[in-house]
Design a protein around this ligand. Sequence first.
Ligand code: NDP
Length: 447
Amino acid sequence: MTLDPRLEPIYTKVVERNAGEAEFHQAVSEVFDSLSVVVGKRPEYLDHGVIERLCEPERQIIFRVPWVDDNGDVQVNRGFRVEFSSVLGPYKGGLRFHPSVYLGIVKFLGFEQIFKNALTGLPIGGGKGGSDFDPKGRSDGEVMRFCQSFMTELHRHIGEYTDVPAGDIGVGGREVGFLFGQYKRITNRYESGVLTGKGIGWGGSQVRTEATGYGTVYFANEMLATRGEGLDGKRVVVSGSGNVAIYAIEKAQQLGATVIACSDSSGYVVDEQGLDLARLQEIKEVRRGRISEYTQQGGQSRHVTDGSIWDVPCDVALPCATQNELDEQAALTLINNGCGIVAEGANMPATPEAIRAFGGSRVLFAPGKAANAGGVATSALEMQQNASRDSWSFEHTEDRLASIMTGIHARCAETAEEFGAPGDYVLGANVSSFLQVADAMIALGVI
Ligand code: NDP
């Protein structure tokens, strides 16, 4: 990829200053790739050092997380919180617990989060955190002790007006509960707005669990509508089988699609009749089991452990598992099989080469910072409810989510059109969110 000569030296410096953080470099270069049209028209962003400042987190915290496992042995993990940008509001972004977590992953996610949060139009800045702790195979007691130790350090850095974490891979309702409990205990404050993704009975919002998956499907439906189509009757493939994937499957089915495949890190299942969501939820949400168990309960489905889920022909592809899970080869297979829409439910699941392949085809491609923004948008709605000591109905909250997603789609599509690239959602998302963040940075001075 060749970057604009005005942006190239800034990118080179980012790579030098953040050596070995490949995912962070990837996220920065993807945004820079869209910005040449902006710096051409508005050189003042270069004069104010806006782009250099945006690439340097406001604060980065790395800490030890010691805890005792069920055998009485001491375990030591590493915790992270990267507070990237608070120009639009308190830092906001999830926590990821997965063995692959290191500073480069947290920074890529935090950087993306700045732009995603801006796209929602709600007053939230960008941040992200997590740990290399692997909750898989750990008892509830071990997960609780880990979360308590993690929060014992993190609590001094967060707050409803400062930094508001939430869930991500490996962090769901159970973990948010343990984290919130420890925060409350240490601070002696029932500060609901300090974490989102809470349980409905103790300050959570309706639709937060469903929001990222639902929002991704709303976005895909808006993309289809630009071609005069809808999800009804479409064949859909969803990767992953976690929080985002399950609720993307549910909403796609509600809108009349047949979802024929989903996956986890040990393979994928194909069910040509359409996945049985209740069976999937029982395996994944209730028992925390493996996707292979789906085929053990009868029917015509099959479990595949070689190749890629993207080999399954479909009209709509929703990557909802993890970063870089959809490479160029997978993109070419999807294109050749007649896929028309790819919307990212996960963060950065398509590689740069895959995105370029989509760009040269009839596939409409939506980046995660736009398509999966429904999760953080609903987190911001949870913060609104907490601040006003209120609790909204499912229907009202879902209506708000749907209209936010329609708004994000319109904003991306209009910006792409305005900058001479109709249908380019990557450019539309990057440019429109950058302009909002950059203008606020100039207004607030060099801080
Ligand atoms: P979960 O932990 O609930 O689920 C992750 C799923 O992805 C699991 O099924 C996991 O399988 C699967 N997976 C992980 N690695 C791979 C792999 N290499 N190949 C195939 N499957 C894999 O996480 P979420 O659903 O919350 O998050 C998924 C993605 O969505 C992430 O990129 C996250 O950052 C993004 N996201 C999440 C939001 C949210 O609200 N939760 C908001 C916005 C974005 P296994 O169990 O085998 O590891």
